[in-house]
Design a protein around this ligand. Structure first.
Ligand SMILES: Cc1ncc(COP(=O)(O)O)c(C=O)c1O
Length: 428
């Protein structure tokens, strides 16, 4: 690596890990050149690279400062502007993480989850949909029919990989959105969370590096912490999700054992990765032969005309483990989820037996019956309409109560200043 590249790399690391913060002055060319015994031309070249990457900016007669562009593009600590995301190629080396870290999050998560029980609070920190939005009465009827018809052998039929009827129904739903998944590669789990955890257990050993997006779903961080893995964070944008160029660099430079991302309606950002980027993600996984755990729990909750495809749709080698559940779309509390595990299906099935033996047979049968009898599509359309209305109400309320300089994003939509949205601007 050339001297100016090494210097640029060192400074960008300090910016990315927060040692140098937004708006902070960085040492002058003369100071750096003296301290590191480098020519001023070398330092100037390094600063030019950092400037081109949007990491620093020059202020006339004042010096160099950590730029807002980087922080805005990161989508975490700071306001987010649509124009602030550096172009993929320019930003690639700036955004690509340089090191993996241990994760320590559990205490915070438990505090947030505890607050969810408080009915006086609106739980912004979690994603539990209102039970009023689901067909609980019809499901209860399916549950009772299922339980009445259950025989001893039926219980055994629902052992891992799980009810064949349910797995067929799930495979059919994949097909509707253009993804070919055979019932044989589906393993039924107790919610998506178990699917995600089993996947991570099967793919990794303690100390392995897992590539995740930043910010990430707290359950992902908890799983990494529990398994004593190391996380390498790839920035995600509130509109388009994971930065594909940074993802490419991370896979090329680090011994990543597995990846874990959400390509559809990421929690917490709500981002939707564009289809071309999903195709590119699949190509990169294929090239490096690295598996992806794809958390797809919100895929059914789209507001457009079509269900967005997962990365799994572009997977040719069985490397993507697509994890989902009915918790957010049909039956919260039933704890029925699954993983379409590709080439890892047998390993997941065995791990599931070791972990909890099987998912509740009556719950599996009730959902299979509900899906077979029809009505799911109708329920989903009214659920989506209700959620869209809730989203609009939340946006209107935030626009009324938060200051004008706060910005907000909607999945796959233009990012706009809150103040203007409140003034009746269409936020499409
Ligand atoms: C992003 C994400 N993944 C997974 C889960 C867990 O899903 P389940 O309730 O089906 O286990 C949640 C629940 O909040 C979630 O938000």
């Amino acid at each position: 690596m050339k001297l100016y590249q090494r210097l640029a790399d060192d400074i960008s690391t300090l910016i990315r890990d927060g040692t140098l913060r937004l708006g902070e002055r960085i040492p002058s060319v003369r100071e750096i050149s003296r301290e590191r015994s480098l020519s001023t031309a070398t330092v100037v070249r390094a600063y030019e690279v950092l400037e081109a990457q949007g990491l620093i900016e020059t202020r006339p007669r004042s010096g160099f400062y950590v730029s807002g562009q980087w922080h805005a593009g990161r989508g975490s600590d700071g306001p987010v502007a649509a124009s602030s995301k550096p172009s993929a190629s320019a930003a690639a080396s700036a955004l690509a993480p340089t090191r993996s870290i241990r994760v320590d999050i559990s205490e915070l998560v438990f505090q947030v989850l505890e607050s969810v029980r408080n009915r006086q609070l609106v739980p912004f920190g979690s994603a539990f949909p209102s039970p009023l939005l689901f067909p609980m009465t019809r499901l209860a009827r399916c549950l009772s029919v299922g339980a009445r018809n259950m025989d001893q052998w039926g219980t055994l039929d629902d052992l891992p990989p799980g009810s064949i009827e349910l797995r067929r129904q799930i495979a059919r739903r994949y097909l509707r959105s253009g993804v070919r998944v055979a019932p044989e590669e589906i393993v039924i789990t107790s919610g998506a969370l178990e699917a995600l955890n089993l996947s991570l257990q099967v793919l990794t050993r303690p100390g392995d590096i897992v590539a995740i997006e930043s910010p990430a779903f707290y359950g992902c961080l908890q799983a990494i912490e529990a398994l004593r893995l190391r996380a390498i964070e790839i920035p995600a944008h509130p509109r388009d999700g994971i930065d594909v160029a940074a993802f490419a660099q991370t896979l090329a430079r680090h011994p990543v054992r597995a990846c874990w991302i959400m390509s559809n309606f990421q929690n917490p950002l709500g981002a939707l990765v564009p289809e071309d980027s999903k195709r590119e993600l699949a190509r990169l996984l294929d090239k490096h032969d690295i598996p992806l755990i794809e958390d797809d729990v919100y895929a059914e909750l789209f507001f457009g005309r079509h269900r967005p495809k997962p990365v799994k749709a572009f997977d040719r080698k069985g490397l993507v483990l697509n994890c989902s559940s009915f918790s957010k779309s049909l039956a919260p509390g039933y704890r029925v989820g699954w993983v379409a595990a590709g080439r890892y299906a047998t390993d997941i099935q065995r791990r599931k037996v070791m972990s909890s033996l099987s998912t509740s047979a009556p719950a599996q049968d009730a959902i299979a019956l509900y899906l077979r009898e029809g009505g799911y599509e109708r329920h989903l359309s009214s659920l989506r309409r209700a959620l869209a209305a809730q989203q609009q109400a939340a946006l209107d309320s935030l626009a009324r109560h938060l200051p004008d300089n706060v910005r907000i994003s909607r999945p796959r939509r233009r990012i706009f200043p809150l103040g203007r949205a409140a003034g009746g601007e269409k936020c499409h």
